[in-house]
Design a protein around this ligand. Structure first.
Ligand code: AMP
Ligand code: FE
Ligand code: FE
Ligand code: ZN
Length: 291
């Protein structure tokens, strides 16, 4: 059984719509795929219909933008009830922050001599509930200002670069609580990717486990082999579920093909058991896995 628990559609910053993404997942030989768009459940119903059509299992998830102090941390929430009012309110606040920073990014780009407008970005992100810097990057690529999303981030959009604008993220502990209270389970996305190892050492992971975190994404393209080994050992010590996934963004990220990393069936089974337990404890109508 091949299981990929982290993918993005054009409902956030992936390039395939949910139907196409799920069809690609089936064509790539996956049996289980999770749709984890940034900060939204908007793609779930379309993905569910496509999964039923092609006969694979869809796990409904989301990748929540959280903050730990000044650091940005991505939290994968699996099987939460997105209509749980406190979760819905937090997601709305994040999506508002995503939209309201676009004019600021554009103003900075214009000051640098690049004619990128908020209207261009809106048009580019037309299918997206969650607008992101990748959509700004896509406008720049289409206009020939940069060659790739990567170049746009490295030169302009990353923190410390001249067009970077910060946005709201939910405090990490609050996000873990919201996912649990909505009947779902939380897994840290790429915990040691892009310099985050200093933010999330074992002692911190242990404390997050005590706060309700159930797993960590170990097999991810942002983790070199030594990081994966170390994280696997930490997961064993802390009794955390180990996941592996592609973090596929369609053509928006190279070297993140569907199924390039996968989750072991026994770890997936554990995650589902914990989700079922969370749903029972919360009393929320958790969406369940669609077989
Ligand atoms: P935002 O959602 O606006 O904070 O932008 C962050 C998103 O941009 C992440 O979720 C990544 O998917 C994407 N991203 C970050 N760095 C790059 C890069 N170098 N190339 C392509 N996509 C990137
Ligand atoms: Fe992304
Ligand atoms: Fe992420
Ligand atoms: Zn992701």
């Amino acid at each position: 059984m091949r299981i990929d628990l982290h993918t993005h559609s054009s409902v956030s910053d992936g390039t395939d719509d949910p139907t196409t993404l799920v069809r690609h997942a089936a064509a790539s030989g996956l049996d289980v795929v999770a749709l984890t768009d940034h900060d939204t459940a908007e793609g779930w119903s379309e993905a569910a219909a496509a999964a039923a059509e092609v006969g694979i299992t869809l796990v409904r998830g989301m990748e929540i933008s959280t903050a730990l102090g000044h650091a940005s941390v991505h939290l994968l929430g699996y099987l939460p009830d997105p209509t749980y009012p406190p979760l819905a309110t937090a997601l709305d606040k994040i999506l508002d922050g995503r939209n309201s920073r676009v004019p600021g990014i554009c103003a900075r780009l214009q000051a640098l001599g690049f004619d990128v407008t908020a209207e261009d970005v809106r048009r580019r992100a037309i299918d997206a509930a969650a607008t992101g810097r990748p959509h700004v990057a896509d406008v720049m690529v289409a206009a020939g200002m940069v060659a790739s999303r990567d170049e746009a981030f490295e030169r302009f959009l990353n923190p410390g670069r001249p067009a970077y604008v910060d946005r709201y993220a939910v405090p990490l502990h609050e996000a873990i609580s919201l996912v649990a209270a909505s009947g779902g389970v939380s897994v840290l996305a790429h915990p040691w990717g892009r310099g985050r190892a200093v933010v999330l050492p074992e002692a911190r992971l242990s404390e997050l486990r005590d706060a309700g975190l159930v797993g960590i994404e170990v097999d991810h393209q942002d983790h070199p082999p030594a990081a994966r080994d170390a994280l696997r050992a930490i997961a064993r010590n802390l009794d955390l579920v180990v996941t592996g996934s592609s973090d596929h963004h369609g053509t928006g990220k190279t070297d993140h093909d569907l199924g390039c990393n996968t989750t072991a069936p026994e770890e997936y089974a554990r995650l589902l058991d914990l989700a079922a337990e969370s749903a029972r404890a919360s009393g929320r109508p958790a969406p369940g896995v669609l077989a």
